[in-house]
Design a protein around this ligand. Structure first.
Ligand code: GMT
Length: 367
C-alpha cells in the first residue's frame, strides 16, 4: 500500500509511534510518505520506501497565527495526488485529523482518500476536552474513515469525555523486540533508575527525584533522566534541595534509547496520566522493570507484582519501597525482568501489532 503519515515530529510518544510504525510498514514492503513540518526525530529517511515531504508554512504580517493546519491540508492533498496514496494515517487528533478531513474534501471529485486517526492521549485528555477545541476535535474524529486508540482506557475516555460515536479500534503501542533487547551482560557499577519523558507536568519528573532520595536512604543507586522539557529546572533544584544532585544524571534528549535502557535496572514512570506508557514497554522489552502509577492504560501493560509494580500517583515512598524490593532481591529481580520481557515479546512486539494496522488499513481503504 501507499500510506501517508502525519504526526508531530518532535519528542513525544505519538510522534515516536507514528515514526516507528512508518519504518515497520516500509520494512514490510509498503511505501510510506511522511507529511510533517520537520523530519521526525527517530526517522531514518535513508531506508527504502520511506519518503519525507515537508510542510512549509508561510507567514505574512497579517497572520498573527500562521495557519499550519491549512498548509498541512494542502500538502496532504498534493502528496496524495502526486504519489497516488491509498490512505492517510494521522497521529494525534489536533489538528491533523481536521487537516486530513480537508484534504479528503479537496480531492473528493478526483479520488478517494480515506483517513485513519489514531488517538494517543493528551489529544483527548487535555486538548480535546478543552472547550475551544472540542467541537472540531469531535467532528474530525467522527468524520474519519477509521479511528484507533492506543489503549482500551483511551477508547473509553474518548467516548465518555468527547461523546464520540464512531467505532474505535484499540491497537496498543508496540516495540521492536529485535532492537529493544535484554543486555548480554549486567552493567558495572551501582544500580540505576531511569526515567524517559518530555518532562511535562503530567510526567511528574520531580517524583523521580523524591523516589531516588527515599531509595538512597537504604540502597546506593543513581538516577538517569533522559529527555528534556519544562520541568527539567524543577527536577534539578529538587535534587539539590534533597542532597542527591551528585547521583542524578541529566542525559538530555536521546535518539537511541534502545542503547541506553539496557544499562539500567528500573524504569520510573510516575505520571499523573498515561494512556499507555510507551517508555515502560520499551524498558520491559529490555528486561528493565517498571515502577509506575496505576493510571490510564498502564494496567493494560503492567501486571502488578508480575512484570512491574503499580502504585498511586504522588506516593513516592510506596514507589521507592518497590524499587528497594527489586534492588534488594536478586531472585525477584531476575523473575520480574524475564516476566517483563515475556510481556513485551508475547503481547506487544511489532510483529504482532503491525499486521493489525495493515488489516485495518485494508478494511478502511476497501482493498
Ligand atoms: O504525553 C506524552 O508523552 C506525549 C504523548 C503524545 O501524544 O505524544 O504520549 C501519549 O502517546 C504515547 C504513544 O501512543 C503513549 O504511550 C503515552 O502514554 C501518551 N501520553 C499520555 O497519555 C500522557
Amino acid at each position: 500500500m501507499k500510506i501517508g503519515i502525519t504526526c508531530y515530529p518532535t519528542y513525544g510518544g505519538s510522534g515516536i509511534v507514528a515514526t516507528e510504525l512508518g519504518m515497520e510498514l516500509a520494512a514490510r514492503g509498503h511505501e510510506v510518505h511522511f507529511i510533517t513540518y520537520a523530519n521526525p526525530i527517530r526517522l531514518d529517511a535513508g531506508l527504502p520506501r520511506i519518503y519525507y515531504h515537508e510542510v512549509e508554512v508561510s507567514t505574512y504580517p497579517l497572520f498573527q497565527y500562521p495557519p499550519y493546519d491549512l498548509a498541512l491540508a494542502s500538502r496532504m492533498a498534493e502528496i496524495a495526488e502526486w504519489q497516488n496514496l491509498d490512505l492517510l494515517h494521522v497521529h494525534y487528533a489536533i489538528p491533523h485529523s481536521a487537516s486530513a478531513y480537508l484534504a479528503r474534501g479537496i480531492l473528493q471529485h478526483s479520488r478517494r482518500l480515506p483517513y485513519v486517526t489514531t488517538l494517543h492521549g493528551t489529544d483527548i485528555t487535555l486538548v480535546g476536552a478543552d472547550r475551544s477545541y472540542l467541537p472540531i476535535t469531535r467532528f474530525s474524529i467522527e468524520q474519519s474513515d477509521g479511528v484507533t486508540a492506543i489503549s482500551e482506557h483511551l477508547r473509553q475516555q474518548t467516548v465518555d469525555a468527547l461523546g464520540v460515536k464512531s467505532d474505535i479500534r484499540v491497537i496498543h503501542n508496540f516495540v521492536n523486540c529485535d532492537l529493544y533487547r535484554m543486555p548480554r551482560t549486567t552493567h558495572d557499577g551501582r544500580p540505576r533508575l531511569l526515567h524517559i519523558s518530555n518532562f511535562r507536568e503530567v510526567k511528574r519528573v520531580t517524583d523521580c527525584v523524591e523516589v531516588l532520595a527515599h531509595v538512597r536512604a537504604e540502597v546506593d543507586c543513581e538516577l538517569w533522566l533522559a529527555g528534556d522539557g519544562p520541568d527539567r529546572g524543577a527536577a534539578e533544584r529538587l535534587a539539590f534541595q534533597l542532597g542527591v544532585h551528585d547521583h542524578v544524571r541529566f542525559l538530555g534528549k536521546q535518539n537511541h534509547i534502545e542503547r541506553l535502557i539496557p544499562q539500567c535496572d528500573v524504569l520510573l514512570l510516575p505520571s499523573s496520566m498515561e494512556s499507555f506508557g510507551l517508555a515502560a514497554l520499551e524498558a520491559m522489552a529490555c528486561g528493565v522493570i517498571p515502577v509506575a502509577t496505576r493510571v490510564g492504560g498502564i494496567p493494560e501493560l503492567v501486571t502488578h507484582g508480575v512484570d512491574g509494580f503499580l502504585e498511586d500517583v504522588g506516593d513516592t515512598s510506596a514507589q521507592a519501597k518497590r524499587v528497594i524490593e527489586i534492588l534488594s532481591s536478586g531472585d525477584l529481580r531476575t523473575r520480574m525482568k524475564w516476566a517483563a520481557r515475556d510481556t513485551a515479546e508475547g503481547r506487544f512486539c511489532s510483529t504482532k501489532i503491525i499486521p493489525r494496522y495493515e488489516a485495518y488499513y485494508r478494511e478502511v481503504a476497501g482493498l
